[in-house]
Design a protein around this ligand. Structure first.
Ligand code: NAP
Length: 489
């Protein structure tokens, strides 16, 4: 569908985004909450703080909009998603600036996220047309078997602050393509990005009630309302494993379909036979993107002994040169962490490691500029029993661990309760095959550090969650398969 040029003019100003979006209306809450820039502390907006009752009403709105939306043809839904995609791209710069202001990531990364986020709307606009059922060869002459695939119903999304637009479009693109309607609750740190996406949905012609954004600081109560409601058939959550487990339990009574994209603890393995330039570059990107606040961040960097000294020297030199600051400033590659609490958590992990014998090669403390900034850090001498090996760091801290053999490092890499992403740097084909099969994770990247893309399935094993987002599998989370058996006359 072609979109008239005039309708693609950038229209966003985050100062205007202070109300929640329910049933096609911008609504006030019972009170408001403040959204601050994590780099400067500046007050960006005071946003509607919805009550649990208002969240329940938003579910009603989504339920009312469901019959008409699910009755549209896949081609009609696809056309609206494509227009929404075009509007995201047309507003890319203001979306990126909004994201840097409320989330802190450098502007270049924010621009990258907007493109990545938009790609999910385009991808699912196409996949909408391919929700095929099947005809099954019959087992009895007088019967015919087939399947059709139908939208599950009302879906809810609960999303985190670290990728405030992409984590939302990855869910809503698939849900709307499948014919579901959705209520989305963004993280309280980053509601403006979600409200901006709702504004563009409205402009794209997403009908009232089909996509709702509820802003609230009462996350636990909102979660209970969403989980308890029999009208909600799918819950798609991205966030911490602890909250994911809680939601899993809460959804048992209404037996919802669940997609849980939870925490990771990615190992990054560098072998003696690796291309060292590539390994250094890959480790830098995987570890320091978004100031280390990504669920697929390298959390544990294992380096084989033959290459350890050279890798460590080159990696440490690069880390020492990283420019820290406000993501809106030129040349900054490491922004602030999301909150003071995040800085404390990262520092606790570093202190624990140092107390148990680790050594600082660079950084090692909160940044001297204060606020939410942490120094890019490299630690070595990491050993068993340190919290940093078992917890997601979620900050710009790289623990280096020396290893000798492939068998030893594979066992260590898998010795955690989660399994989202793993990285391998090697030029040995047989090793590549052994490790891609042996690593316990939903994603394995070989000689690459940015595996996430709309066309491929993203998700984890073990306590990293359930289900997949993106790829052709992403649509499945919002579709039920109905089996039809016809007896012939
Ligand atoms: P979080 O505390 O679990 O928060 C995520 C979302 O859940 C936010 O919207 C939050 O709202 C909400 N929430 C918190 N408690 C809730 C409850 N009891 N019931 C319902 N909702 C609740 O996670 P986070 O620390 O902000 O985000 C980082 C985590 O997300 C990391 O573990 C990271 O690995 C994971 N993550 C995973 C993926 C993936 O695809 N697997 C992608 C990105 C991030 P409030 O903000 O209002 O508290």
């Amino acid at each position: 569908m072609s979109v008239p040029k005039a309708s693609l003019q950038p229209t966003l100003r985050y100062q205007d985004l202070d109300r929640a979006y329910v049933a096609g209306q911008w609504i006030a809450g019972t009170t408001t909450f403040k959204v601050n820039n994590p780099a400067t502390g500046e007050l960006l907006a005071e946003v509607a703080d919805l009550s649990p009752e208002q969240i329940d009403q938003s579910i009603d709105a989504a339920a009312e909009a469901l019959p008409a939306w699910s009755a549209k043809t896949a081609h009609e839904r696809s056309a609206i998603l494509k227009k929404w995609h075009a509007l995201l791209l047309a507003n890319a710069e203001s979306l990126a600036q909004t994201m840097t202001a409320e989330q802190g990531k450098p502007l270049a990364e924010a621009r990258g996220e907007v493109g990545y986020a938009a790609s999910f709307l385009e991808w699912f606009a196409e996949e909408a047309k391919r929700a095929y059922g099947e005809v099954i060869p019959t087992a009895f002459a007088g019967k015919r078997y087939s399947t059709i695939r139908q939208p599950c119903g009302v879906a809810v999304a609960i999303t985190p602050w670290n990728f405030p637009i992409a984590m939302l479009t990855r869910k809503v693109g698939a849900a709307l393509a499948a014919g579901c309607t959705m209520v989305a609750k963004p993280a309280a740190e980053t509601p403006l990005c979600a409200l901006a996406i709702a504004k563009l949905a409205h402009e794209a012609g997403v009908p009232p009630g089909v996509f709702n954004v509820v802003t609230t600081t009462r996350a636990a109560e909102a979660g209970e309302v969403m989980c308890r409601s029999p009208k909600v058939r799918v819950l798609s959550f991205t966030g911490s494993t602890a909250v994911g487990k809680r939601l899993y339990r809460q959804c048992a009574d209404t037996m919802k379909k669940l997609a849980l994209e939870l925490g990771g603890n990615a190992p990054l393995l560098i072998f003696d036979d690796a291309d060292i330039d590539r390994a250094v570059e890959g480790a830098m990107i995987s570890k320091f993107r978004n100031a280390g606040q990504t669920c697929i961040c390298a959390n544990r960097i294992y380096v084989q002994s033959g290459i350890y000294a050279e890798f460590t020297a080159r990696f440490t030199q690069k880390v020492a040169a990283l420019k820290v600051g406000n993501g809106a400033e030129d040349g900054v590659v490491i922004g602030p962490l999301i909150s003071a609490k995040a800085v404390q958590k990262v520092d606790r992990l570093v202190r624990d490691a140092l107390a148990k014998g680790a050594k600082v090669l660079v950084g090692g403390a909160a940044h001297t500029r204060g606020g939410h900034f942490y120094q890019p850090t490299v630690l070595e001498g990491i050993g068993a029993g340190m919290d940093i090996l078992g917890e997601e760091i979620f900050g710009p801290v790289a623990p280096l661990i020396r290893f000798e053999t492939e068998a030893e490092v594979l066992a260590k890499a898998n010795d955690v309760s989660v399994g989202l992403a793993a990285y391998v740097f090697t030029r040995d084909l047989s090793r590549t095959i052994r490790l891609t099969e042996g690593l316990q994770s939903g994603i394995v990247a070989v000689n690459d550090s940015v595996p996430a893309v709309a066309v491929a399935p993203f998700g984890g094993v073990k306590e990293s969650g359930l289900g997949r987002e993106g790829g052709r599998q992403g649509l499945d989370e919002f579709l039920d398969t109905k089996y039809v058996c016809i007896g012939l006359a």
